[in-house]
Design a protein around this ligand. Structure first.
Ligand code: NAD
Length: 498
């Protein structure tokens, strides 16, 4: 079965495709209440390109029960067998790379290079967990040396069970892969709740899983908004929740998980810093600042939109930053040289603009803005905004904006830079730009963040785990830690005396 050639590719006019409320054990289930639909928009035109139905409580219950029933047979596959299927997923995604890229652009309005990179990330993630499965060492039973005679102990990892996977809209295909690949590698079965704004993208990826040979019932989907996610998190047969989204929603999820002591991974918001030391290469710093603040129109949990620049470089940096930001072409994906796309929705644009207004009213100064989008036919575009020297309590400095807004602040000493970087309850990532290796190491230790990049763009490899401190979440995705998050640790001890 191959449904990746989804009508969402071609949708125009009145004949808009409808994504079913649920896909359970390979069957597409329609909504029980026909009017429970929400529109899917093309973010770069503002046009509705389809509808998504919302799963009912009964459909959510069925999806979880089907996943629960499929668990015993899926966990009985060897790791190597599961790895072969994950490898096949990577191959199918590669074969459909162009279509998935176009679908991602059509829904989110991402520039081609960003949509393409998302698909590359999905392929790398499935290949990485396929490797872990086929190499096998992560699944081996380990012996533990004990001091006493006559007793032996062993340690191994078993799949948690049914995993509820809830994803946001900013990197829908990537976030889905980061959860599904390790969950399946571990031997878990899953119920995915895509973002209500981008579900055609997540659902296209799920279609390929079936085609790759994932057995029926192992991966199920329930579509809908926050209420569907909330019902899923409360289902007693769900053993593990992996949630990516806002910190506010993450707190609800954590409360829901507490009821049954469900295992929990939370990838939440951020307010991350990019630190430009006095010895930095300013050209490099500017390119990292542009990438860190305006990739995906700033709709990144890892946005390094608090830019700290050493006093001695501040003017030079701001001049070069203004030139670079002014040159960004903000437009629809098909536009020549496009560098930044739209925000995901009218609601998101209104939210971001309101935050900018509130920040400015409280005294923040707009240093400069980038270009407004041209010929955008009603898309949800917004020009990049750069704020200079906001006060430490300004909302633009303290709160996650999740849009194309960067703040720049100067500092005089490394201690001051570290204190400013750490003056937040989030702690997802940080970037340091310096030519001094020793100081780079000092920052790596002193900055409170789950991942620190030194003189590099925001590189992501599935080998390196992702996650943050404080309000940025709980646990880690990707890497071996990502696999372990879908496993329970089990020990055995036995008497070895004959
Ligand atoms: P959101 O929290 O509104 O929604 C995320 C997902 O959770 C959606 O599928 C939504 O339907 C669902 N949801 C909402 N409330 C829920 C609830 N009470 N129970 C269960 N599910 C619920 O977030 P968003 O606006 O879609 O995404 C933006 C947020 O995601 C930002 O705060 C961003 O920082 C965060 N994010 C974090 C990471 C990370 O890796 N740390 C990555 C991407 C996005």
């Amino acid at each position: 079965m191959n449904t990746i050639d989804t009508p969402f590719f071609a949708a125009v006019g009145n004949d808009l495709p409808v994504l079913p409320a649920a896909r359970i054990a390979g069957r597409a289930l329609r909504a029980e209440v026909p009017e429970s639909r929400s529109a899917i928009f093309n973010a770069s035109t503002g046009e509705a390109i389809g509808w998504q139905e919302s799963a009912s409580a009964a459909q959510i219950d069925e999806a979880v029960r089907v996943a629960s029933e499929a668990f015993a047979s899926w966990r009985a596959f060897t790791a190597a067998q599961r790895g072969e299927i994950l490898r096949k997923v990577a191959e199918l995604v590669e074969a459909r790379r162009d279509q998935l890229t176009v679908l991602q652009m059509r829904v989110s309005g991402k520039p081609p290079v960003e949509a393409w990179t998302d698909v590359s990330d999905v392929i790398a993630t499935f290949n990485y967990y396929a490797d872990l499965c086929t190499q096998g060492t992560a699944f081996e039973i380990e012996s533990i040396v004990l001091p006493g005679d006559g007793v032996a102990a062993e340690r191994f990892h078993v799949p948690v069970g049914v995993a509820a996977l809830i994803v946001p809209w900013n990197f829908p295909m990537v976030t889905t892969a980061w959860k599904i690949a390790p969950a399946l590698a571990a031997g878990c079965t899953v119920v995915l709740k895509p973002s209500e704004l981008t579900s055609p993208v997540e659902c296209a990826l799920v279609d390929l899983l079936a085609e790759a040979g994932v057995p029926e019932g192992v991966v199920n989907v329930v579509n809908g908004g926050a209420e569907v996610g909330a019902l899923l998190t409360r289902h007693p047969l769900v053993d593990k929740i992996s949630f990516t989204g806002s910190t506010a929603a993450g707190k609800h999820v954590m409360r829901a998980a507490a009821e049954d002591m469900k295992r929990l991974t939370l990838e939440l918001g951020g307010k991350s810093a990019l630190i430009v030391r006095e010895d930095a290469d300013v050209e490099l710093a500017v390119s990292l600042a542009v990438g860190g603040a305006f990739t995906n129109a700033g709709q990144m949990c890892s946005a390094t939109a608090r830019i700290l620049v050493h006093d001695s470089l501040y003017r030079k940096f701001m001049t070069a930053f203004e030139t670079a930001v002014s040159a960004l072409v903000v437009a629809a994906p098909g536009t020549r040289d496009v560098a930044m796309g739209p925000l995901i929705s009218e609601g998101q644009r209104t939210r971001v603009q309101a935050l900018v207004e509130a920040g400015v009213q409280a005294g923040a100064q707009v240093a400069f803005q980038g270009q407004s989008a041209q010929d955008t036919d009603g898309g949800f575009f917004m020009a990049p905004v750069v704020i200079a020297e906001p006060s430490a309590d300004n909302i633009l400095w303290t709160d996650e904006i999740f849009g194309p807004v960067a703040c720049v602040k100067s500092f005089r000493t490394d201690d001051e830079a570290i204190a400013l970087a750490n003056d937040t309850r989030y702690g997802l990532v940080a970037t340091v730009v310096t030519r001094n290796k020793q100081m780079a190491q000092h920052y790596q230790c002193a900055v409170r963040a789950g991942l620190v990049w030194v003189n590099t763009p925001q590189l992501i490899y599935p080998h390196v785990s992702w996650g943050g401190f404080g309000l940025s979440g709980l646990g880690r995705e990707l890497g071996l830690a990502g696999l372990r998050s879908y496993q329970e640790l089990r020990h055995t001890m036995r008497n070895t005396t004959p």
